[in-house]
Write a protein that binds this ligand. Sequence first.
Ligand code: C2E
Ligand code: CA
Ligand code: CA
Ligand code: CA
Length: 274
Amino acid sequence: QLPLALMLSLLMGYIVWLATANRMSLSWQISYGITANEFMVYCQPLINAKSGECDGMELLLRWHNQRQGWIAPDVFIPLAERQNLIAPLTRFVLTKVVAELPNLPQCPSFHIAINVAASHFRDRAIVEDLQNIWWPANPMPKLVVELTERDALPIIDQSVVSQLHEIGVRLAIDDFGTGHSSLAYLKDLQPDVLKIDKIFTAAIGTDAINATVTDMVISLAQRLNISLVAEGVETAEQAHYLRERGVDHLQGYFYARPMPIEDFPQWLEQHQAQ
Ligand code: C2E
Ligand code: CA
Ligand code: CA
Ligand code: CA
């Protein structure tokens, strides 16, 4: 009896140790990966629904880890958030896009969206990073901060929101209608943009309940004068449906998959030639 219990508890201990060691090593590998240039900035074009022109992009992180190969953002971003490594990653994205700015369209109608974790709003950290990295570049394209929230509803500092607006940054709520992003955000953040999550885009023509939510989010945003982006547009039918209802921007595989930011100028040339 006793040896069995002992063996079981040893086994359990070993499993817990293994799990912790694995987590630790991945978060260690994130910090290492930043210095070792393992991260890349990809971008996905945003299409103006009315004109069909590309007038913006969203920046998306990619990680090619030496040992494990490609690791999906859905795996490493939540981990980075928990390990306080998300701010260095965001700074990496900002630095990279500032370096690429000379190759991107130089007009105020072109906008660049970055994903920012709610924790980065704490202590004005995001404002300082933008002032230090984005602002000195004095860039033409507008910056949009897409606020993502994975864990509990954060207490977002109102003064941070107004400071962002003061320095000309527009605020978007990502994945609207899912998870923790709630109606209360609309009042607290006064967003300029709502992003319709891809589960709602996918519901068009297939899932009556979610398609009803899509319609309601669209009319809500229009009444509040908030600009709308639909993500995950994969078919002409979805694009048509969203355009008919006045969604401002469309984004998804139907137009372009995320690509290395260095490849964007060539993609844009081809898109404009079409
Ligand atoms: P997100 O911000 O909602 O980004 C949209 C995701 O949908 C991206 O996944 C994109 O590649 C994918 N996508 C785009 N078009 C389509 C489509 O037509 N169909 C489908 N099925 N998917 C599409 P990705 O790049 O794997 O990123 C996943 C999430 O990781 C992002 O979701 C975002 O929340 C987070 N993330 C990515 N990069 C960053 C970053 O630099 N900072 C932060 N804080 N989060 C990031
Ligand atoms: Ca996003
Ligand atoms: Ca999203
Ligand atoms: Ca998402």
